[in-house]
Ligand binder design. Structure first.
Ligand SMILES: [Zn+2]
Length: 161
């Protein structure tokens, strides 16, 4: 059963297209997905990560994930040398802030300040620190990049692993 069948798709972006996945679904190892949104990223010159990738829903199990082919080594290199997401980054253009605000506006009426929040794939934990400033105090981050988790823990107030 695809639990995402009731999602309203944005027709302007031409989404809800069947897509042969770049990487197999991490849950069921399926190879076909539906594109929910195409993401455009802005990276520093030389970054090893792609500038575009689709967010997909697996057609077999419904799991939603970024269909991007990048190894853990590539992510580690990115978080070490090309990161623009953290507060200690050389780049201070936080284009992500409006996205944080949008997510916060969606969740604030449903998730109490005492809720335990786990951000899976948290990167440097910028969204968690944003939530901390909004008053949430049980925040946890999980990311495969040890560099990202080191930065997350360095800032304090959020637990990471
Ligand atoms: Zn799947």
């Amino acid at each position: 059963m695809n639990i995402y069948k009731n999602i309203k798709f944005n027709k302007k972006e031409g989404i809800k297209m069947s897509h042969l996945l770049t990487r197999a679904c991490p849950i069921c190892h399926g190879h076909k997905g539906t594109i929910l949104k195409n993401i455009q990223m802005c990276h520093l010159e030389g970054s090893p990560l792609p500038t575009t990738y689709p967010v997909v829903s697996c057609e077999t199990c419904g799991f939603t994930f970024a269909d991007v082919e990048a190894t853990q080594q590539v992510y580690n290199e990115y978080y070490t040398n090309y990161n623009i997401h953290s507060e200690d980054s050389a780049v201070k253009d936080f284009q992500f802030r409006s996205g944080f605000e949008n997510m916060y506006e969606l969740m604030k009426n449903y998730i109490s300040l005492n809720a335990k929040i786990l951000d899976v794939g948290c990167g440097n934990g910028d969204f968690l620190r944003y939530l901390q400033k909004k008053g949430y105090n049980h925040l946890y981050g999980l990311d495969p990049s040890s560099e990202a988790i080191t930065r997350l823990i360095k800032h304090g107030g959020v637990q990471g692993g």
